[in-house]
Write a new protein. Sequence first.
Length: 201
Amino acid sequence: MNQTVRQQKNELRRLFRTERNRLGRNERRHAEQAVIRRLKPLVRRGKKIAAYWAMGSELNLSVLFQTASERGATVYLPYIEPGRKRMWFTPYCANAQAERKRGRSRLHVPQFAGRKVRADRLDVMLLPVVAADRQGYRLGQNGGYYDATLARCRFGRPLRIAVGFSCQLTDNLPHEAHDMPLHGFVSERHNLRFNGRHFVK
């Protein structure tokens, strides 16, 4: 990676995490409710929807898990094998015990057993972001897992939608050839579509 781009990305991560951490409890709750309302049209019977387990101050989608179950959709969560970048996804079950937890420090992300599927077998992928821009690029945690996973997908599947707070949207982010573009970004104030893809009214 170009050192200048790496430095720019790291500085932007610091700035956007600071902005996200400043959000108050009520502000976060109202934003999360608004985002879930915007995403509900995607949650339909038979759909396979990849979500994520919120880490730290990321936007929490857990209420959407219940909505999906009620509507006959299936939520999948990332499953990362030790030493691998390309992710699998396993179905989430509300009463299931985590098979194991991954992560460092206080951020232990549960992973669930179940039939593993690759990303291109999913209909929709909801991605966490540190930041997103109006050109369709996201800034992640710097792990490279989503880029490595999506690089192997073909034919526009799954639909890639970043979700976050409005304070995480900016005009332009530095990006490189391996950064996989999004199809959309949804926040409490935004329903942005990229690459001509229409997904949420």
